[in-house]
Design a protein around this ligand. Structure first.
Ligand SMILES: CC(C)(COP(=O)(O)OP(=O)(O)OC[C@H]1O[C@@H](n2cnc3c(N)ncnc32)[C@H](O)[C@@H]1OP(=O)(O)O)[C@@H](O)C(=O)NCCC(=O)NCCS
Length: 163
């Protein structure tokens, strides 16, 4: 069993969250974009810009030596500037990423569970996300209780009821 622990995300995790956003955007080996290009894309930058603002919540996984190895966080959007997984103004949308060398060791699932617990404790009734077709993360989300509520040619929007 890999040793890691979860802690709440803080304001000074902004750069690491941006790193994990780049990992999430580059989930497909066939579509790898440079960090700067990902973060210059307004449809992606909105997941981390100005972190951490009121309403933001997140969890960070750290290895036993204190290195940050993954993060899962949520943000609230409104219909004027929605995320790809937007389902409503009061429903936070999550982002999930694990550093490459730490994948397939249970970190992503624990981060997702931790974030769901955090969102529930903050009073949220639902969490949403967007996942591209072909990303195996889809199976992780289904296993953790997310259901598909909308689909495009490229991606599914999924929602989990928290209470
Ligand atoms: C998706 C991601 C967050 C999962 O985190 P992880 O720590 O690698 O995943 P876990 O070890 O917790 O495994 C969770 C489940 O994912 C699936 N999974 C993990 N690695 C897999 C692999 N290499 N191939 C296929 N399925 C895999 C399995 O269903 C697994 O559950 P199981 O172990 O019970 O079979 C991580 O791989 C990642 O950062 N990928 C790139 C970014 C990304 O795609 N983010 C999500 C965008 S929507």
């Amino acid at each position: 069993m890999t040793a890691f622990l979860l802690r709440p995300a803080l304001g000074d995790d902004a750069r690491f969250l941006a790193d994990m956003l780049v990992e999430a955007a580059n989930w497909s080996p066939r579509n790898q974009r440079p960090r700067l290009q990902v973060l210059a894309d307004p449809s992606l930058a909105l997941y981390v810009s100005g972190w951490m603002r009121p309403g933001d919540g997140g969890v960070v996984a750290e290895s036993s030596s204190g290195d940050r190895i993954g993060a899962c966080w949520y943000r609230l959007f409104d219909s004027s500037k929605p995320g790809a997984g937007f389902v409503g103004g009061g429903v936070p949308e999550l982002t999930l990423g694990v550093a490459r060398q730490w994948r397939a060791q249970g970190v992503g699932r624990e981060l997702l569970r931790g974030l769901c617990g955090m969102a529930r404790a903050a009073g949220h009734a639902r969490l949403s996300l967007s996942v591209d077709h072909g990303n195996f993360a889809h199976r992780l989300y289904v296993g953790e209780g997310f259901v598909v509520v909308a689909s495009t040619e490229r991606s599914d929007t999924m929602v989990k009821i928290l209470r």
